[in-house]
Design a protein around this ligand. Sequence first.
Ligand SMILES: Cc1ncc(COP(=O)(O)O)c(C=O)c1O
Length: 353
Amino acid sequence: MPVSTFNVDEFIRPNIRNLKPYRSARDDFSEGILLDANENSLGSVVESDQQLNRYPDPLHDDLRSAWANYREVQKDQVFLGVGSDEPIDLLIRMTCHPGRDNILITPPTYGMYKVAADVNDVAVKEVQLDSDFQPLSDEILRGVDERTKIIFLCSPNNPTGNLLSPDRIYPILNHFNGLVVVDEAYIDFSDSTGWSGEIRNHPNLVVLQTLSKAFGLAGIRIGAAIASAELIGYMLRMKAPYNVNKLTAATALKAFDQTEKLRSFINELNRERERLANELQQLSIVKRVRPSDANFLLVHFDDALAIYHELAGRGVIVRYRGDQPGCDQALRITVGARSENDRLISELKKLTE
Ligand SMILES: Cc1ncc(COP(=O)(O)O)c(C=O)c1O
């Protein structure tokens, strides 16, 4: 059962609740003789068919609708951000009083939750994932206090690659009287349809998504938070007026028409992931390849740091993750194109000789 007492208004800091949002020029008019925003009326020094001299739409409702259709939610349940990193920061600022409140994370996990909390002077509680990298629901629920405003979960988790089990997430959603953020940056590589369908049942759920991974659009910086319209409404009020630019929005809109290309990327990368995992497993320097539902593998070696440096010296760059709990002697390796994976394997084979 969802927490019956959850009331989103109570979780919003009073200064945000009472915020009179900045009204941008483009909130009211986007056509006519536009002398309202101190833009350059002569045009832009760079040729473009996008009217780059004009500020972008503050809301990008067409893109919100496209994202909403794709994930089967409503437009007013979608917030667009500069990557999914922007909503991480906004959610913390929106709910946590600096120097007083805290968030809870489940290491090993994505580093930005803690960085965003630290920047905002918000304390971070930690409850480590278990040995299968699943969240310990009871310990998490015992670990929070009345000042805990957000629990961040990441599924599939970075850097471990696995989906989090719904059996572990539901108790947290049902019993924590605060926001539960499920970061789905890698969801499209998995067999799961994710948690966006659950926002209608759980007013405390926020799902984060991005076009940086399976859609292959890391360079344009676009992500989304999906949650109740009330919560999204607060995020819209506090965001920078023109956070998502025109070039990004136009490119992102096209992405949702490219579902065949998306499917073929996912299929190819997932096939490569399995091939790479098999090849790695056969190397004597590899101790363990963790199962992955994402476009990367967590791989335990004999001496991960030495291998990291050797590979870098040979022009193959991976991520050292051996300093994270449960990731002893581990490297996180992104699944590349076939030729890149071949090169990685061949360099590792040379290191075993
Ligand atoms: C789990 C997770 N969440 C969020 C992000 C940030 O993505 P974006 O490019 O949308 O800011 C990343 C990037 O690596 C990630 O691994």
